[in-house]
Every structure is written in structure tokens, then in C-alpha cells.
Design a protein around this ligand. Structure first.
Ligand code: ADP
Ligand code: MG
Length: 725
């Protein structure tokens, strides 16, 4: 393969302008979604009402309504060229699943008719026995079903009507991400509601909101196709750093390269059609790295949209001659990619529970939620870390790059001062909005009306308060946000329920709400200030020691982190909130260990193959050339006079070649040994050790890249992979 010809191709590519639909975005936004507008148009008033009450009340559709909804949907879809239908779900793989069925049914006269009824909408039994289930679906009972989640609207992808569904075993156990996520959203609402009602009796529902920020890399497709490691593992297993990468911060927020911009525009058009409100696009820190973010929305829907979008990104990148990399660490030595999850709670009365209120009572409500959320994060910090851990995210965890391998929270300077002041002042002291009272400031707690000071955000904190929401920054770029948020929601739900009990106790002593709430909050405020709240550098060595003293989890081994899912506290948490049964937890851990093992196994295998089949032949070829030089020198000069440099290079080549060879052999042995372990946890631990040993094989290969003639090097180099014109 001629690497240089490939690089030339990148330069000659043109950025073709995408076909942008005529008219304004608002004209075509959501046109491929069976949302409120389409529902109104295609469903009768009665059907619409029945469907709405299912959506709002969370109950299932009866068959009659389902048939009517399906009829309307069929008409809408067929008018838009739909020929197929699929239940679209989120199994425990990274990604979504779909199995398309044509709408046709034989009409008995040699022809076909299009059929789509309530039964096809509401429930299906996909032959999906190959999805990871952690033993929840032993093959003899390999049955699971998918059921429509009416809170997430049906949409059209190409010629297919996609119905967002949950994926459940017949025994009721969840086999996907969506089911427990929905349970956790309900748990938070149920737990928050009685507290909200003390502040506003008209509140009926509490929503969880999510606004994700998706980071990604673009790489030219021809270079990508020459990097087997990118294709098979999503990351480069080798590659010497480029002399220039992100040192100058000149890519960050810079003018978007033309081809990347063309990709973004096409992606946005498709996303808008699917009702995904993409808002922000920009260059990120690392070369060829970018970010996009939508306007936040209800968490279940927003997460579905993220899943749809990740698929769209791959598809459109391909159309534009790119590959998109969603791996958490595609390139060593430059920033990796995360997916910040901006998370908040709000009521059906339009109150954001993470913003100061309109009056002291509203402010107290804000403080109540703020403190309880941080208490939940503190109590379950190890579990939260486990929820974002994966083989890919392990490259970010603890590697001096957000997130550190310790889950702490950053309240911000203002909020920290408010909390400290609240501890000092008598309970019941009104919490005022700054500047709104004419009173003397002493003996008063003040909150800013809006937190403008976003500049003191601590970028090293995995969980930071950013003015009207928490920004959970530890989530991996390829992850399903539901994995992390299910745990966060459950932890917050449990904490709110406990808090309500202590609040009720205080109230039963005849105290006012203001006094009782603050008396119940004070111990929590002390707890969070002493444990989870951390303002300093999350990457420092001192923080690891300090965190240990504070009782925060500092584990860095990913397979070990997963053990927190089945700890006593976690079992209680998930049981109380109804989010996971013990059987589900155990099954999921099995899947997590298996996935971890397989990912490292693939990387290790491929590293050996590429080292032996790609790298060593190039090095040996170069070695041969140098040996020929020496031979010639001896022939011509009768000595190796003036061949000192060649001899030096040769000896370094030799040492790299033999190190690589012996390390490959040892790696193969370690793999074989790891594969003999029958327990999935032990196998994952053995593969963790293998993962830890991979950099030592990479180092001599990256050194060879520096030594060997550029023309002989078989793999596109970092400086080339970073090329986006
Ligand atoms: P930054 O990079 O400064 O953190 P971005 O604009 O890239 O900010 O992303 C912020 C994300 O947070 C957006 O998706 C935005 O919609 C979301 N967001 C804003 N307010 C809230 C909120 N109250 N709850 C949840 N998400 C929010
Ligand atoms: Mg952010």
C-alpha cells in the first residue's frame, strides 16, 4: 500500500456542499417524527386523548387505541415513502438494534397489501438471542420482547418507520438501557414530588433533563481504511506523536475546516428533520476533534436522540469521505473525547429545581435539591464511577484528563460560600436574591439571581455545578448516556426519599418549613463539604491521598470498579428505587466484564498481528538496506569508515525489533493464560493486566516509526490522520 498516495487523496478532496432544503429550518424541523403536530393531524381527537393520557400517566396502550394510533401512523408514514417498520431498541451492546420488516402481507390473490396494526406497534418478539444478556436469557428461554415506549416519538429513517422500544425478557427483566433509565426517571419524579409539593402544591410531575455535548474526531476515510486498528478497535494502537498537535491550541474554536463544516451541515439537516435540536458546533482541543450539542430536553427523549445521532454521524461521515471516531481515546498524547451530560430536574410548572427561585421559599427549594444531589453523589461516588467505566473510558480515567478516577463534585465558589454561611446562621434565615432586599447584608444568605460566573468552572471536576444544572463530565463519548444517568437518578431518588423522612420528622416537631428544611439539610451540608465537594486540581497526587482520607473511592482498575454495582449499598439503592433487581445487576456486571475482556482481547490480538505483519517487515526492510550500505562500504572502502550513523541506527533497529518480537510472544502467552479463566470477573482482571502491558509493546513500535524510512512506513502517521482540509 502506498501511504503517500493516500495522503495525496486527502488533499485533492473537495468539500461538496450538501443539499440544503429550501426554506427555513423551522419549516422542516421534525418532519420525520410522528410528534404532536403529526398526531393531531393523523389521529382522531379521542385517540389522541387516549394516547396522551398513556404518555403522561405512564400506562400501556389498550389494543383498540393501539390499532387506531397505528392506522394514523401508517398513513403518515406511507405518505412519506415508508415501506418497512422496525422496533428500535438499545441492547447492552454499544449501539442500537433494528430488524426491518416490510409492511406487506399477501392479499390471498397473488398480490400484497400494506398492513400495520396495533399489535405490530405495541409489541414484538425479535429473534434476538445473540444480544448480551448476562445469562438472563439462557438459550432455552431465549425469548425477549420489545414494547413501544410512547414517551419517545416514532421516526422515519430512510424507508423505515422506527418505533423506539424497551427490550425486556419474558420474566420482566430489563435487557437494555432504556428500561432501567425509565424506571430511574420515574423514581426521581416520585421521590422529588412530595418535596416539591411542600413548596408548590400544584406540582404533579418532576422531569429529568439532559443536554449532552458529543465530542468526536473526523478522519479521512482513505487514511482510516489503511489503519486496521482504527477500523477494528476505534483507536490507534500505535502511532508516534505528531511534532505539532494541540500545543498551540490553534484548532480549539478556530474556523471550522471546509470539509468538516460540510459534514456538520449535512448532519444538522438530517438531525433537524428528525427533530433533534442541534444548537452548537465547534472545533475541540485536539486536532481533527469537534463537538456538537443540542438544546437540552426530557432525558429519555434526549438520550434516544443522542443514539440516533451517533448512527447518523457514521452514515453521513461516510458520505462525505470521512470516518467518525467516537472512541474515548483514538490517539495517544492528545485529548480524548467525552460526552458531557448536562443534567437537571424541573417541575411540570416550569421550575428548574437547580436554579434559584423567585423568593426565599423558591431559593430554599433550590438549596434543598442542590444539597441532596451532592449528598447522593457523595454517598454513591464509587458506583457513579463504575457507571461510566469502560475499556475505552479507562484511557481518560486517571490519565490527567477529565475525568479523574475519583468522583468528586464542584459546587463553585459562590455556592460553597452560601453553604458555609447556611451552616453558621440560624435555621429559618431567609435566603434572598442578591441585591433584591434593601436590608443589611449581615445575617442574611444571598444567592445570585443567575449564576453568571461560569468562568470559575473547574475543568478537572467530573461533576460540576454550572449555574442551572450539573455537568456530569465523566461519561465516555461512545457511551449510552442512560448507563450513567440511571445510576445518578437512582442515587438522587434514594437521597430525596431519605431527606423527606427527616424533613417530616422536623416538621412534626411543629417547626416551619424553612426551619425544618434547614435543620434537615445542615448535617447533609456538613457531609458534602467534608467529602465530595472539591475545588482543587482533580489530577494532582495530593488529591488522591486526600480523597482516600475523605472516604472517596480511588480504584483505577475498571473490572474492579464494576464490583460496586453489587455492593450492599448499591443493592439496597436499586431495590428501594425499583431500578434494578439483584439478578439484573449481576447479569449486567457479567456483560460489562465480558465486554471489557473482549475489547482488550481484540486490541491485544490485533497489536500482535500488526506488529508482526506490518511493523516488523518494514523495520526489517530498512535494516536490510542499512546492512547493504555497510556491505558496500566494506567493498568500496575496505572498511566501515564513515558508517557510524548507519551502525547506530542499525543497533537501535535491532533492539526495537527484538523487543517487539519477544513482547509479542509474551502477549500471546498472557492471552492464552487469561483465556483459560472460566470466571468472567477473573478473566476481566487478567485482561486488565494485559491492557496495562500494551503500552510497553507500543513504545518500541512508536520509536521505529521515528527511525524507519518514511516511505517504508506502512501506516498513516498521526500528522496525516490529523489532516482535515
Ligand atoms: P459548555 O460547553 O459551555 O458546557 P454547551 O453550550 O456546549 O456548553 O452545552 C451546554 C449544554 O447544556 C447544552 O446541551 C444545553 O442545552 C444544556 N443545558 C443548558 N441548560 C440546561 C439545563 N437546565 N438542564 C440540562 N441541560 C442544560
Ligand atoms: Mg460543557
Amino acid at each position: 500500500m502506498d501511504r503517500t498516495a493516500l495522503v495525496g487523496k486527502v488533499f485533492s478532496r473537495e468539500a461538496k456542499t450538501p443539499e440544503i432544503p429550501e426554506g427555513k429550518v423551522s419549516d422542516y424541523f421534525g418532519c420525520l417524527v410522528f410528534g404532536p403536530k403529526a398526531m393531531e393531524q393523523y389521529l382522531g381527537a379521542e385517540t389522541l386523548q387516549a394516547l396522551r393520557s398513556c404518555i403522561d400517566g405512564g400506562h400501556t396502550l389498550d389494543r383498540q387505541t393501539a390499532d387506531k394510533v397505528a392506522a394514523g401512523m401508517k398513513k403518515w408514514a406511507m405518505e412519506r415513502g415508508v415501506t418497512h417498520v422496525t422496533h428500535w431498541f438499545q441492547p447492552l451492546t454499544e449501539g442500537t438494534a433494528e430488524k426491518h420488516d416490510a409492511l406487506i402481507t399477501p392479499d390471498g390473490h397473488g398480490g400484497v397489501i400494506e398492513v400495520f396494526d396495533g399489535s405490530m406497534l405495541a409489541q414484538q418478539e425479535p429473534d434476538a438471542s445473540s444480544f448480551p444478556s448476562g445469562g438472563l436469557r439462557a438459550t432455552f428461554e431465549a425469548r425477549g420482547y420489545t414494547a413501544w415506549d410512547p414517551t419517545s416519538p416514532v421516526f422515519i429513517l430512510d424507508d423505515t418507520l422506527c418505533i423506539p422500544t424497551v427490550f425486556i425478557a419474558y420474566t420482566g427483566e430489563a435487557l437494555d438501557y432504556k428500561t432501567p433509565f425509565k424506571r430511574s426517571i420515574k423514581a426521581v419524579s416520585d421521590a422529588a414530588l412530595p418535596i416539591c409539593r411542600l413548596f408548590d402544591e400544584n406540582v404533579n410531575k418532576v422531569f429529568t433533563f439532559l443536554g449532552w455535548e458529543q465530542e468526536y474526531f473526523l478522519v479521512d476515510e482513505s487514511l482510516y481504511s489503511a489503519r486496521t486498528d482504527l477500523i477494528l478497535t476505534g483507536r490507534t494502537l500505535f502511532g508516534h506523536s505528531s511534532s505539532k498537535d494541540q500545543q498551540l491550541d490553534d484548532h480549539y474554536f478556530a474556523a471550522i475546516p471546509t470539509r468538516a463544516a460540510a459534514f456538520m451541515r449535512e448532519l444538522e439537516v438530517e438531525a433537524f428533520r428528525l427533530g433533534i435540536p442541534l444548537k452548537t458546533r465547534h472545533n475541540e482541543v485536539a486536532p481533527a476533534q469537534f463537538e456538537l450539542a443540542p438544546v437540552y430536553g426530557e432525558a429519555n427523549l434526549s438520550n434516544d436522540q443522542n443514539q440516533i445521532l451517533m448512527n447518523l454521524m457514521h452514515k453521513i461521515a461516510h458520505r462525505k469521505g470521512f470516518a467518525v471516531l467516537l472512541h474515548e481515546k483514538p490517539y495517544a498524547g492528545v485529548n480524548g473525547s467525552g460526552k458531557h451530560n448536562n443534567w437537571s430536574l424541573g417541575t411540570d410548572r416550569g421550575t428548574n429545581l437547580l436554579s434559584p427561585g423567585k423568593d426565599p421559599k423558591g431559593n430554599l427549594q433550590f438549596i434543598t435539591f442542590f444539597v441532596n444531589i451532592l449528598a447522593a453523589v457523595g454517598k454513591h461516588n464509587a458506583l457513579l464511577k463504575a457507571s461510566i467505566a469502560s475499556a475505552g473510558n479507562a484511557h481518560r480515567l486517571g490519565a490527567s484528563e477529565a475525568p479523574p478516577a475519583i468522583v468528586s463534585a464542584f459546587p463553585g465558589r459562590t455556592m460553597k460560600e452560601v453553604l458555609e454561611k447556611l451552616l453558621e446562621l440560624p435555621s429559618g434565615t431567609p435566603i434572598e436574591i442578591a441585591g433584591k432586599t434593601g436590608r443589611n447584608l449581615t445575617g442574611l444568605v444571598e444567592l445570585p439571581e443567575i449564576f453568571l460566573d461560569n468562568t470559575d468552572r473547574n475543568r478537572t471536576s467530573p461533576f460540576a455545578f454550572t449555574g442551572n444544572r450539573f455537568e456530569y463530565r465523566a461519561v465516555g463519548s461512545s457511551a449510552n448516556c442512560a448507563g450513567a444517568l440511571t445510576v445518578l437518578n437512582a442515587a438522587v431518588a434514594e437521597q430525596l426519599t431519605e431527606f423527606k423522612q427527616s424533613l417530616d420528622e422536623e416538621l412534626s416537631k411543629g417547626k416551619s418549613l424553612e426551619e425544618a428544611a434547614m435543620d434537615a439539610l445542615k448535617p447533609l451540608i456538613s457531609y458534602i463539604l467534608d467529602t465530595v465537594c472539591f475545588e482543587g486540581n482533580g489530577y494532582s497526587e495530593e488529591w488522591i491521598k486526600e480523597a482516600r482520607k475523605r472516604g472517596l473511592d480511588t480504584e483505577t482498575c475498571v473490572p474492579k470498579m464494576f464490583l460496586s454495582f453489587t455492593s450492599k449499598e448499591s443493592q439496597e439503592l436499586f431495590e428501594k428505587t425499583g431500578v434494578f433487581s439483584l439478578r439484573e445487576l449481576e447479569a449486567r456486571n457479567e456483560v460489562k466484564w465480558e465486554t471489557y475482556t473482549k475489547k482488550i482481547q481484540i486490541e491485544a490480538r490485533l497489536m500482535e498481528r500488526m506488529a508482526l505483519n506490518h511493523i516488523l517487515p518494514a523495520a526489517i526492510e530498512y535494516k536490510t538496506r542499512l546492512l547493504k550500505v555497510l556491505e558496500l562500504s566494506r567493498e568500496v572502502h575496505g572498511s566501515l569508515r564513515s558508517c557510524e550513523a548507519e551502525k547506530d541506527i542499525l543497533s537501535e533497529l535491532d533492539s526495537c525489533i527484538s523487543t517487539i518480537h519477544s513482547k509479542c510472544e509474551r502477549l500471546g502467552e498472557a492471552r492464552k493464560k487469561a483465556d483459560t479463566k472460566t470466571d468472567c470477573y477473573e478473566r476481566a482482571i487478567a485482561y486488565y493486566e494485559i491492557a496495562e502491558s500494551l503500552p510497553a509493546l507500543r513504545a518500541p513500535i512508536d520509536r521505529l516509526e521515528e527511525l524507519v524510512d518514511d516511505k517504508l512506513w506502512p501506516l498513516p502517521k498521526y500528522r496525516e490522520l490529523f489532516l482535515i482540509n
